[in-house]
Design a protein around this ligand. Structure first.
Ligand code: 13P
Ligand code: SF4
Length: 311
């Protein structure tokens, strides 16, 4: 296997040879972010996947993201460096589970976070991401009960922001749930000139302390534009790479987690993708995302609704 600079060169050559596009999420390792054609949040990545005319979409993110790319652009080959790159939110909410929830609440609408698998999407009325959830929830009919799945933390945050009652699925992101409110409060006391910024997948006590809450792209924009020079960042540590690039003069402090033996929060799933696996998946065009066409068409409906409703 080529290493270092040779590996980078080999990936770029494969990209040209196979007319491929590399899409990467902000939680990927720095080397993957640097080699990507496009870096973005879940919504931006879905749009890029839909609109590309490359022959192969190389998705450096987690499985549900690559699956969404396939749903939106089925004639392209979609590969993911590690098929086991899952997500605790997606793993905890099956299509069958959502069907049972609908049966328990007849007449309810189901709004589902994009962090879920195709079967779950297929059972949903509309999909949201952390970038567009508030706007979408606000524009849904007010006279029907609303189920929100699978992230209860994002759900609680949205209830507070929109004033709308929702029936919540009991799921969470293991990465954002690991942030410790007590330790972060201590960090804030030690850095009174810093602002706390947090992703809405974090738990309510952490969000209650935050000066700003937003999706990965919103957090990046905030750090870049805000006058403050110091930020405590409560989201997956991969984002710090792009934050440092966009705001090199600012001080960024990773928010602390419960486990005192580690000083930042990493998504084990996102980090399953490596440069070596990226090279291999491009060379051999596996693992490939494939999907039953009937399921794809069902899952496409709520995703398209979301795209129509987001700016
Ligand atoms: P966004 O990048 O859309 O904010 O989502 C964060 C996330 O957890 C992706 O897994
Ligand atoms: Fe899933 Fe959380 Fe990892 Fe995002 S950070 S992929 S929500 S486990």
């Amino acid at each position: 296997l080529p290493q270092g600079e040779e590996l980078v060169k080999a990936i770029l050559e494969l990209k040209k040879e196979k007319n491929a596009i590399i899409l990467a999420h902000y939680y990927q390792t720095s080397d993957i972010q640097d080699i990507a054609d496009f870096l973005g949040d879940s919504l931006q990545l879905a749009r890029q996947a839909r609109d590309t005319d490359a022959d192969m979409i190389v998705f450096c993110g987690v499985h549900f993201m690559a699956e969404a790319a396939k749903i939106l652009n089925p004639t392209k080959k979609v590969v993911l460096p590690d098929l086991k790159a899952g997500c605790s939110l997606a793993d905890g909410c099956s299509g069958e589970g959502l069907r049972a929830m609908r049966a328990k609440h007849p007449g309810a609408m189901i709004a589902t976070y994009i962090n879920c698998n195709a079967e779950t999407k297929a059972e949903s009325d509309i999909i949201v991401t952390s970038s567009n959830a508030e706007v979408i929830i606000n524009s849904l009919p007010k006279d029907v009960p609303l189920i929100f799945a699978p992230d209860k933390n994002l759900g609680k945050y949205l209830m507070k922001k929109t004033g709308r009652e929702m029936i919540l699925w009991d799921g969470a992101c293991i990465v954002h749930e690991a942030f410790s409110m007590e330790r972060i409060a201590q960090q804030m006391a030690e850095n009174p000139d810093a602002k706390l910024i947090a992703h809405p997948e974090s738990e309510t006590p952490v969000l209650d302390l935050a000066h700003f809450i937003g999706s990965t792209s919103a957090l990046l924009n905030y750090v870049e534009k805000d006058d403050c020079q110091k930020f405590i960042v409560a989201t997956e540590e991969g984002i710090l790479h792009e934050m440092r690039k966009r705001a090199p003069e600012k001080e960024l402090i990773p928010a602390l987690v419960f486990d005192e033996s580690c000083n930042c929060s990493e998504c084990f799933y996102m980090k399953m993708n490596t440069m070596e696996k990226l090279y291999l998946c491009m060379k051999y065009e596996i693992p490939e995302i494939t999907m039953d066409e009937e399921l794809r068409l069902k899952a496409l409906v709520p995703i398209e609704k979301m795209l129509e409703m987001s700016t």
